[in-house]
Write a protein that binds this ligand. Structure first.
Ligand code: G6P
Length: 588
């Protein structure tokens, strides 16, 4: 979602415009629909543009120069995708950028309008600008103004502000929306994630809720609380993993990340020894997550119940806190989040912490992300930075962590886990065949994914992946539920993708395939070398290597990711930045 970058150039006169644009390019993966920058040069100068950062770059001339500036990628919430609504939002002498949502903006806007303030955008952000302006008029310093305005706002916000008459200073404040301060050799930075700052920073400081920071070109960086009492915040080294994220030989990050999976899985297995006492005294497991991570949680529920014999529930994090759930004692609570920033997942953890004494475990891919910091224990997936909006390698790496916990008492399965990377390599070798099969899907406007048992969440994930990047309408169902409704959708056009590994539920899934074949002809079966002979020769097949049944969800994800990828390529969509989607969903 929205991305923030702010820079104070090391020396007076250093032009920060090129670096601001590079920062915005690195934020593109989060998802956005307009962008803009503002610098202090000859007054405050601003350029904004709808669409890609490349459009913005095209509008910037050599005349735009400044040694302090802010930049933003906006994912529209309040107000349409227009240049007027793009950030920075500014007046003659203040410019701001904002991530999050101001929930009381309507009442604040009304008050400000009755006082004569004129609004130029439809955004909730503009109230922050005028409130700051009003504080300055009353004689407040920028620092005092930030703190006073902080207290007037409800909702979630990360705000960076610059003031024409304080041209060496950036101020920023954070409430439930990520904000990171970066220290380079000479320059200072503030960004919505470390990726925005990566190649320029040696150290970063993760701001916490309630923090205000004042960054001054020569006086350095000071953190305050809203009472303007100085506070200390720890500095962290920037990991090299964040630096130089390139597509290399691949046309898209998504394909690179799909192909990265054997290594991501290998590294995740290596780095995550599980302490078997983790589960001592646990009577229930609760899993909280959104989107693809929720599907990982659904698979884990099968594993936890079948192999650990611990009753487990998995909840969509955005629903969880609003039904006032009762959390039993001795529940172990997992949150799963690639970004570690998903607001609903974070809020669900906070609900657990305020309403129980239960231990919380975060499964996250981003070091020191919000869910990691909010939890008692963290398991990091070692997938490396995931740039494609549609999650692929982070998902299979999440499954590896959850499998390692589920099978920690089973040496045989823990040993078998180590074979997964090689089997994934074999599955990736099928890419050319999958590409051909994807043509069946890319020509259709609908697709159905069916699976039983642990393959049911993978059917949901396959459908989600296809929707996300090809915009083909796709739905996943439990294969046994097909006859309770979805079968009405079957005709001789709609492609139906069956996940059908050999094993316990093979015959039952086979019966469902027969039921579909009797009514349609576009069946695609994903199976293994033991199962393949059971299907008529005219059924399209993807034949994976045979894998230990428990790990099939990991392996079967790969052809589904490839189907979505190739179908999207064939349809010509913007694969790494699909329309309307965001990588880090930092609003409700
Ligand atoms: C967004 C992304 C999805 C992701 C979901 C949860 O919707 O587009 O790819 O699965 O958020 O994100 P998380 O970072 O919490 O795993």
């Amino acid at each position: 979602m929205c991305g923030i970058v702010g820079i104070i150039g090391g020396e007076k006169g250093t032009n920060v415009v090129p670096e601001l644009i590079r920062g915005l390019e690195r934020l593109e993966y989060r998802g956005y629909d307009s962008a803009g920058i503002a610098v202090i040069g000859n007054g405050i100068e601003r350029i904004r543009s709808v669409g890609k950062v490349a459009n913005l770059r095209g509008k910037i001339t050599d005349a735009m120069v400044g040694d302090l500036g802010i930049g933003h990628t906006r994912w529209a919430t309040h107000g349409k995708v227009t240049e007027d609504n793009a950030h920075p939002i500014m007046s003659k002498d203040v410019a701001i950028i904002h991530n999050g949502i101001i929930e009381n903006f309507k009442s604040l806007r009304f008050i400000l309008q009755t006082e004569g303030y004129v609004f130029e955008s439809e955004t909730d952000t503009e109230v922050i600008l005028h409130l700051l302006q009003r504080e300055l008029l009353k004689g407040s310093s920028p620092r005092q103004a930030m703190s006073n305005v902080f207290k007037m706002l409800d909702g979630t916000f990360a705000v960076v502000a610059m003031f024409l008459h304080f041209s060496d200073t950036l101020l920023a404040m954070r409430h439930k929306s990520s904000l990171i301060v970066g220290l380079g050799k000479e320059s200072m930075y503030v960004g919505s994630d470390a990726g925005a700052l990566s190649d320029s920073c040696e150290e970063v400081v993760y701001m916490e809720d309630g923090d205000i920071v004042e960054m001054h070109r020569t006086d350095g960086i000071v953190f305050f609380n809203t009472e303007l009492e100085e506070i200390k915040r720890r500095r962290h080294g920037v990991t090299s993993a964040l630096v130089n994220i390139e597509k290399g030989e691949y046309p898209h990050f998504m394909l690179k990340e799909i192909k990265d999976q054997p290594n991501a899985i290998r590294n995740t297995i290596l780095h995550n020894g599980i302490d078997k006492t983790l589960l001592d005294g646990i009577s229930n497991i609760l899993i909280l997550a959104c989107g693809t991570s929720y599907h990982a949680g659904m698979v884990a529920k099968y594993w936890f119940e079948k192999y650990l014999k611990i009753p487990s529930i998995v909840e969509i994090a955005s629903e969880f806190r609003y039904r006032s759930p009762v959390i039993q004692e001795h529940t172990l609570v997992f949150s799963i989040s690639q970004s570690g920033e998903t607001l609903d997942t974070l809020a669900a953890i906070e609900y657990v912490r305020s309403n129980s004494n239960c231990s919380t475990i975060a499964v996250a891919n981003v070091k020191n992300s919000a869910t990691a910091r909010a939890s008692d224990i963290v398991f990091y997936t070692q997938a490396g930075v995931e740039m494609g909006v549609a999650s692929t390698k982070a998902f299979t790496a999440q499954l590896i962590i959850l499998a390692s916990i589920s099978f920690c008492h089973n040496d045989f399965l823990m040993d078998k886990l180590k074979e997964i990377p090689t089997l994934c390599e074999d599955a990736l070798d099928l890419a050319p065949e999958v590409e051909k099969i994807a043509h069946i899907i890319s020509k259709s406007n609908n697709a159905i994914y069916l699976g039983r048992g642990m393959m049911y969440p993978i059917a949901l994930e396959g459908a989600l992946k296809l929707k996300e990047i090809s915009y083909i309408h796709a739905e996943g169902f439990a294969a046994g539920e097909m006859k309770h409704g979805p079968i009405a959708l079957i005709d001789d056009q709609v492609p139906v993708i069956f996940l059908c590994p050999s094993g316990e539920l093979f015959e039952k899934t086979l019966s469902n395939i027969q039921e579909v074949l009797a009514r349609g002809k576009n069946v695609i079966v994903i199976t293994d070398s033991n199962g393949e002979m059971a299907f008529p020769p005219d059924v399209a097949k993807i034949v994976l290597p045979t894998i230990q049944a428990e790990f099939a969800p990991i392996l079967y994800s790969i052809p589904l990711q490839l189907i979505a990828y190739y179908a999207a390529v064939q349809r010509g969509t913007d694969i790494d930045r699909p329309r309307n989607l965001a990588k880090s969903v930092t609003v409700e």
